[in-house]
Design a protein around this ligand. Sequence first.
Ligand SMILES: Nc1ncnc2c1ncn2[C@@H]1O[C@H](COP(=O)(O)OP(=O)(O)OP(=O)(O)O)[C@@H](O)[C@H]1O
Ligand SMILES: [Mg+2]
Length: 267
Amino acid sequence: MTSTAVLPHAATSSGIAIREVTKSYDGTTVVDRVTLDLPRGGLTCLVGPNGAGKSTLLSIVARLLPADEGEVHVDDLDVTRCESSVLARRLAILRQEHHLAVRLRVRDLVGFGRFPHCGGRLRPVDVEHVDRALHYLDLEDLADRFVDELSGGQRQRVLIAMVVAQDTDYVLLDEPLNNLDMRHALGILRLLRRAVDELGKTVVVVVHDLNAAAAFADRIVAMRDGRVVAAGSPDEVMREGLLEEIFAVPITVERVQGRPVGHYLRR
Ligand SMILES: Nc1ncnc2c1ncn2[C@@H]1O[C@H](COP(=O)(O)OP(=O)(O)OP(=O)(O)O)[C@@H](O)[C@H]1O
Ligand SMILES: [Mg+2]
């Protein structure tokens, strides 16, 4: 399980600990003193309007971007100080934007997910992880196709498969449902739920579909203007006044099969 080493700033319990994280661009603060604990285990949906700071925050947690101030720990790892290969075996991220310049086949790109574990030379155990990821993402028939010849949704599934193959305890996914049809979007949400429930993974997903968040998440974290403005169970966050404050549109919340569901009003 996790290391028992006690570090000066180690969180008292394991998980992702974000402390007073701030990021500015040209004098504009886009992540503003965010402090947030994401305990180990569980599925968190990160929601909020465009420009709220969701991607910036996730990128800082995954060390793709340096914070101006503040600290992030993933269990006992100080994200800014640990070796990148150590972090890559603990935490994987799917970015919102991808620039795939190289011509690769699906299976080879998914295999990149194993590099933190095997250093580029896939062992039989790595091939097993790749095969499993291809199966989970419904990509077996596309495994030998070139990624740049796939549809947008197929390509999105390949990128998710690469993250799944990395097989880390912590998984951050920035808008993984982009471009996906309903069947595949539901498939991903169910897959993430199973990864949490059966494998004990800790998953953080940025989604714009509030009802997907309410149906699948253990907790919802809402950001606006660089700040965390709400965090709690779906029942705690899916409240009409609060949602209107976050998204600046009127939303009606009803309960369907015991879960809160938000509707837009037509007016
Ligand atoms: N490299 C950059 N240079 C300048 N400003 C940036 C840069 N990256 C992001 N921003 C700004 O920071 C703010 C937060 O951006 P971010 O991508 O984190 O938002 P988001 O919540 O992920 O939005 P979306 O839902 O549209 O993906 C935005 O106002 C954006 O314009
Ligand atoms: Mg974003």
